[in-house]
Design a protein around this ligand. Sequence first.
Ligand SMILES: Nc1ncnc2c1ncn2[C@@H]1O[C@H](COP(=O)(O)OP(=O)(O)OP(=O)(O)O)[C@@H](O)[C@H]1O
Ligand SMILES: [Mg+2]
Length: 141
Amino acid sequence: MEIAVTLENIQQCAQYFWEHVRGRVFAFHGEMGVGKTTFIKALCAAKGVTAHVSSPTFSLINEYSYSEGNLLKHIFHIDLYRLKDEEEAVNAGIEDCLYSGNICFVEWPQKTPSLLPESRVDIYMHAVNNNTRLLKIDFHR
Ligand SMILES: Nc1ncnc2c1ncn2[C@@H]1O[C@H](COP(=O)(O)OP(=O)(O)OP(=O)(O)O)[C@@H](O)[C@H]1O
Ligand SMILES: [Mg+2]
């Protein structure tokens, strides 16, 4: 599946994403500055996250919450850009997040190839012009 995202239609794209893509772990591939965090922010907003969403800088993992019916749910936002090795990820508890059953967004997933669950959604982002990012979404199930 492909979605063409601009800063104008991003919230509709996020809504469309949640209506069409099922999954728990979402791996975001794409070069620096392509818009991974920006789209994750829109996906969080569409779920009803009200907290500020930004890349985890000092820790590797941010946790946000939202409510679904009467349930309080959690989202993990993991940014592996600064990760030195997989051991550091294991020590930070990345696997606990990835296998928790909660929604996990992972930026720079190629840093921990052997830790990612096989049943994940891979999202590849490319800039097609100044305003548009193309998301190619691969389901592994
Ligand atoms: N669809 C879009 N169209 C145009 N600009 C965009 C789009 N999405 C994001 N941007 C802009 O691109 C810039 C970088 O976005 P963002 O921080 O989300 O990238 P990133 O992929 O998470 O970067 P990093 O690799 O550093 O984590 C932001 O200034 C943002 O406004
Ligand atoms: Mg980012």
